[in-house]
Design a protein around this ligand. Structure first.
Ligand code: MN
Length: 424
């Protein structure tokens, strides 16, 4: 845990500069007809979920280099998530992965409450074989040719719903590794029929106030075809299943240069945007830190989200989904949560009435300039002020380093050298 006195001491070093920057930005925004406090309050109310697996060091297909003081189990993970929330005040929820995070519900609830954390969407796992598992997922899970294997995958997803119900979660995210590695290996249509049939069974087990998010991904671990390949297939699934089924967009699960913000707009327009997995990428599903490669694209996604605020039924779930290989995962997740907030705040600055006017008047130059005016604004004082007022740190990374947390937990948590898993 981070001592409150550490946060206060670190904030004391920075509060004067922050107040000056905040006031200067307030004057600037005032000239643009924007009330800075309103944006600050929007940011303060915004939260993004941390994936439980994100606090461990990830890995690549080649190796995993463990870091010091990595969490040993879900309770260590919740402690790390508590650190992220206490410093950033941007991550009030945690998304669990079953079976990695399996533990008695009462213990999870107590540990979450101690850290001031609630539980977001549940994540099932049918892309690995567990030691006690009867049927292998080597050739698929929900779309497997063998009925008993499909049933095992269905039962696992239903178990995830039941675990989630006990924790106050309201959604299940389903990502499968099913697909094929060779042309001709599978029949596209029959495989997809089997998947839909299995998902209908999962859907039937959803409580009334739950949603199921299906996550598309164009490749890996299947490298020729995947069953839930793209947003079009994902949309078909959501339509086939029903109103509680929605599409989840992982920013890394598209081909390079795909216009993801337009996909977001389409899914919003037809009421099927369920949520996000935020990360960044350069070449593929790189799972890099959110906003580290292309912050403008993140902003453009948020521009669509802010534009849709208030639309009936619009309530996407936001979660980070990254793999940290060369950084302290806590630092990466803090920075990423702040990058998501930054894109949100910048998108909230866009003058939408002016933008619509330029769009309808065919003034392409001023339309794009109006959009970019939001992105160009340095909103850091707004984010920092929102954190400060909520009891967080003006500078979360500096405060975290000053706290000595990593060294403290490294002293009691032995190094984990096994494969971590967690690229989903
Ligand atoms: Mn994902």
């Amino acid at each position: 845990m981070i001592e409150h006195s550490t946060i206060e001491a670190e904030n004391a070093k920075r509060i004067k500069a922050l107040e000056a920057d905040y006031n200067a930005l307030g004057e600037h925004l005032d000239r643009r007809g924007i009330r800075i406090d309103a944006i600050r309050d929007k940011v303060a109310a915004y939260g993004v979920a941390v994936p439980s697996w994100g606090v461990g060091t990830g890995g690549t297909r080649f190796a995993r280099f463990p870091g010091a003081g990595e969490p040993r189990h879900i309770f260590d993970k919740l402690e790390d998530c508590g650190v992220i929330q206490s410093l950033t005040r941007a991550t009030p929820t945690v998304s669990l992965h079953i079976p990695w995070d399996k533990a008695p519900a009462a213990d999870l609830l107590a540990a979450g409450a101690k850290q001031g954390l609630r539980f977001d969407a549940m994540n099932s796992n049918t892309f690995q074989d567990q030691p006690d598992q009867k049927h292998s997922y080597k050739f698929g899970s929900l779309s497997h040719a063998d009925r008993a294997t499909r049933q095992q995958a269905v039962d696992h997803n239903i178990e995830c719903i039941e675990i989630g119900q006990a924790l106050g979660s309201k959604a299940l995210t389903v990502w499968i590794g099913d697909g094929s590695n060779f042309p001709g290996q599978t029949d596209f249509t029959r495989q997809f029929e089997r998947y839909l049939d299995a998902m209908k069974q999962v859907y039937a087990a959803l409580p009334d106030d739950w949603r199921v998010f299906t996550e598309h991904k164009m490749f890996e671990p299947a490298f020729y075809s995947t069953v839930v390949q793209d947003w079009g297939t994902n949309y078909l699934i959501a339509k086939e299943l029903g109103d509680k089924a929605m599409c989840l967009v992982d920013l890394g699960h598209h081909a390079p240069n795909v216009n993801i913000e337009m996909i977001v707009a389409r899914l919003i327009q037809f009421g099927k945007l369920g949520g996000f997995h935020f990360n960044d990428s350069k070449y593929g599903d790189d799972d890099l830190d959110t906003g580290s490669i292309d912050p403008y694209r993140l902003f453009l996604v948020f521009n669509e989200l802010v534009g849709a605020e208030g639309k009936a039924g619009f309530n996407p779930a936001h979660m980070l989904d990254q793999s940290h290989n060369v950084t302290d995962p806590i630092e990466s997740l803090m920075v990423s949560a702040m990058e998501v907030q930054r894109a949100y705040a910048q998108a909230a600055l866009v003058d939408r009435a002016a933008l619509a006017g330029y769009q309808d008047g065919h003034d392409a130059l001023m339309a794009t300039a109006t959009l970019k005016a939001g992105f160009r604004t340095d909103v850091e004082p707004i984010l920092a002020m929102a954190r400060l007022r909520a009891g967080g740190a003006i500078d979360p990374v500096a405060t975290y380093r000053a706290s000595g947390y990593r060294a403290r937990v490294a002293a009691v948590r032995p190094k984990v050298t096994g494969s971590g898993g967690g690229i989903v």
